[in-house]
Design a protein around this ligand. Structure first.
Ligand SMILES: Nc1nc2c(ncn2[C@@H]2O[C@H](COP(=O)(O)OP(=O)(O)OP(=O)(O)O)[C@@H](O)[C@H]2O)c(=O)[nH]1
Ligand SMILES: [Mg+2]
Length: 350
C-alpha cells in the first residue's frame, strides 16, 4: 500500500496530474496524422500516401488515467509509484512546405497557430528518406519558436538493417538541440509507449483542459467532409487530389439516421468529369466508401448525397479558402442561428 502521495517527503514517488499542448510538426507525408490517430486510438485525421493531405490543424485528446500512467512513468522514472494521471492535447498540423497558393499559405498559418503556446513539439522525419532542405524548413520553424522539441524518426519498419539507424540518430542530433531523439513506427505502433512516457514527463503539472470523454475538438460535420475528401484522395490521381475540396452543405443528425449533403469542388470541368466518372461510377464509389466510414464514426445509418461543382482557381481565392476553415464555418452558422432566433423572437412579439 502506498500512503498519501502528497505527504511523501520523497518527490520521486509522486507525480502530480500533468497536462499540455503538444504539436506534431514535419514535412508532408512524414506520418503526423498516422501518429495522431495511433496515439488517440480513434480515426481523427485522414491519411493518404499523397503529400499535403492534412489542411487544418486537428486536436486529439489523450487521457491517461492514474493506473495506466504508472507503467509509462516507471520506464522514465524508476521507483515512481503514485501519479495523478495526465491529459495530452495533441495537435496534428499540415505538412510544412513553401506555399505557392492561398491554400498553401492558409495551411502554413495553421502550422504557426498550432505552434503558438504549445508546451512541446514533436518534429517528425521519415527515416526512409535522406534529410533534405524540405526538412530544414521545418527545423528552422522550431528554431524560431525556441521550444522544447523531440525528434521522432518515423517509419523505422522500413529500415530492415536496424544498425543503419544509429548513424541517422547521430546525424539528426547535429540539426538541433533536441531534448529527445526517438525512433518510432506510427503505422506499426512501435516505440509509442516510450514516446508517451517521455511526453508526459515533459509536460507541466496542470489541469485537464477537456472533459475526459472528449477526444477531439472537431465537429462531426467537418470530419464527414474530411472522410469524403479522403476517398477522393485515395481514388484519384495526378492533380485531382490537390485541386479538390469538400464542404458539407447540410447535416441533419438523428438517433438512427443522419442525412448529409456535401459538395466536392474541383477547379476544372475535366477534373469534375473524372470525379463523377463514367455513368457516375466514380462518385458512387467515393460515396459508398465514405458513407460506410461516416456510419462507423456516428453509429447511425447515413444517407449521403454528393454533388460535384467547379470552382475555378479556388486554391488561389483567399475568400474561398477561408470559408473552408471549419472554425469559421462554425462561427458563421452560429451567427446565422442567432439572427434567426432574433427574427423569430421579433415575429412572436409582433
Ligand atoms: N511504412 C510506414 N508508413 C507510414 C508510417 N507512418 C505513416 N506512414 C504512411 O505514410 C503516408 C503518409 O502518412 P500521413 O499520416 O498521412 O502523413 P502526414 O505527415 O500526416 O502527411 P500530410 O498530412 O500530407 O502532411 C501514408 O501512406 C501512411 O500510411 C510508418 O510508421 N511506417
Ligand atoms: Mg496529415
Amino acid at each position: 500500500m502506498v500512503g498519501n502521495p502528497k505527504s511523501m517527503s520523497d518527490a520521486r514517488f509522486y507525480m502530480p496530474f500533468r497536462s499540455g499542448f503538444v504539436c506534431i510538426l514535419g514535412r508532408p507525408n512524414a506520418g503526423k496524422s498516422t501518429l495522431l490517430n495511433a496515439l488517440v486510438g480513434e480515426k481523427l485525421a485522414i491519411i493518404s500516401p499523397k503529400p499535403q493531405t492534412t489542411r487544418n490543424r486537428i486536436q486529439g485528446i489523450i487521457n491517461i488515467p492514474k493506473s495506466s500512467f504508472l507503467s509509462l512513468a516507471k520506464k522514465e522514472r524508476p521507483g515512481a509509484r503514485v501519479n495523478d494521471g495526465a491529459q495530452i492535447v495533441l495537435i496534428d498540423t499540415p505538412g510544412v512546405h513553401k506555399p505557392d497558393s492561398s491554400l498553401g499559405r492558409k495551411m502554413m498559418v495553421e502550422v504557426r497557430e498550432a505552434l503558438e503556446g504549445c508546451d512541446l513539439v514533436l518534429l517528425m522525419m521519415d527515416v526512409s528518406h535522406k534529410v533534405d532542405p524540405r526538412d530544414q524548413f521545418a527545423i528552422d520553424l522550431v528554431k524560431q519558436s525556441g521550444m522544447k522539441v523531440f525528434l521522432l524518426l518515423n517509419k523505422i519498419d522500413l529500415i530492415h538493417n536496424k544498425s543503419r539507424l544509429l548513424p541517422t540518430i547521430d546525424e539528426s542530433q547535429k540539426l538541433y538541440d533536441f531534448a529527445e531523439v526517438i525512433p518510432i513506427s506510427a503505422l506499426k505502433r512501435k516505440g509509442l509507449d516510450t514516446l508517451l512516457g517521455l511526453v508526459i514527463q515533459a509536460l507541466p503539472a496542470g489541469p485537464a483542459y477537456f472533459p475526459d470523454d472528449q477526444f477531439t475538438d472537431q465537429p462531426a460535420r467537418f470530419m464527414a467532409a474530411e472522410i469524403v475528401r479522403e476517398q477522393v484522395l485515395l481514388n484519384t490521381k495526378e492533380e485531382i487530389p490537390y485541386a479538390t475540396t469538400v464542404i458539407v452543405d447540410s447535416f441533419e443528425a438523428g438517433s438512427r439516421l443522419t442525412r448529409i449533403a456535401a459538395t466536392i469542388y474541383c477547379e476544372r470541368e475535366g477534373q469534375k468529369r473524372i470525379v463523377v466518372g463514367k455513368g457516375g461510377q466514380m462518385l458512387k464509389k467515393i460515396g459508398s466508401a465514405a458513407r460506410w466510414q461516416i456510419e462507423r464514426m456516428l453509429g447511425t445509418k447515413v444517407f449521403l448525397e454528393l454533388y460535384v461543382k467547379v470552382q475555378r482557381g479556388w486554391r488561389d481565392s483567399r475568400a474561398f479558402v477561408e470559408e473552408l476553415d471549419w472554425r469559421r464555418q462554425l462561427e458563421h452558422r452560429m451567427a446565422a442561428q442567432a439572427t434567426k432566433r432574433g427574427l423569430d423572437a421579433n415575429d412572436a412579439a409582433d
